[in-house]
Design a protein around this ligand. Structure first.
Ligand code: HEC
Length: 159
């Protein structure tokens, strides 16, 4: 238990301390393309799990026993996000929905990713406690991270 919590804290802290790295130093164009793909898939995983969890919390679908699985998926995906977002793909010509602002304001982005990791850690702990009201409150707190970060750092959807 203690080990898991420590690992999770470690993930949040890693988000704060991982420096941005140039795609050139990291394997060039193919590394840039791969990082762009991976960070998109990671966010899709977060979005899918968050949506599924939201439906259970609202009572639209059954499955309280799946709540900790959803929170764990998000936590794991978020722990990888700093790795892929750290690859600076500016000027590589890679198609991406991540704005250049991420690397222009890396410290702010990393702090937001760190806060997101902390909120997901709290959400996961609430899920494990089995207290659904606590899960709902932690879910709402976590949701604030999504829009805040997207407004600054995600290219708006075309549709
Ligand atoms: C620290 C910043 C940050 C946080 C926090 C964050 N996102 Fe994202 N998200 C991004 C960025 C940047 C992208 C664009 C990724 C890319 O290049 O494809 C993105 C893309 C997405 C996508 C891809 C599809 C689309 O809409 O274009 C989904 C889904 C998504 N995020 C869901 C979420 C949800 C749900 C949360 C909260 C539970 C969340 N995100 C929290 C930064 C963040």
């Amino acid at each position: 238990m203690i080990t898991v919590r420590k690992a999770l804290m470690g993930a949040a802290i890693a988000a704060l301390t991982v420096p941005a790295i140039s795609a050139d130093d990291h394997g060039g164009a193919s590394a840039a393309a791969e990082a762009a793909k991976q960070r998109h898939y990671l966010m899709e995983i977060v979005g899918t799990a968050f949506g599924g969890l939201g439906k259970i919390i609202k009572g639209e679908v059954q499955g309280d026993e799946n709540i900790p699985n959803y929170t764990r998926i998000m936590l794991k995906a978020a722990s990888l996000a700093p790795v892929h977002f750290a690859v600076d793909t500016r000027g590589t010509g890679v198609k991406t929905e991540t704005k250049d602002a991420v690397w222009e304001n890396w410290d702010d982005f990393a702090a937001r990713a760190g806060k997101f990791g902390e909120d997901l850690t709290a959400l996961d702990a609430a899920a494990k406690s089995g207290d659904k009201a606590a899960v709902a409150a932690a879910f709402r707190a976590t949701a604030r991270n999504c829009k805040g970060c997207h407004d600054e750092y995600k290219v708006p959807d075309e549709h």
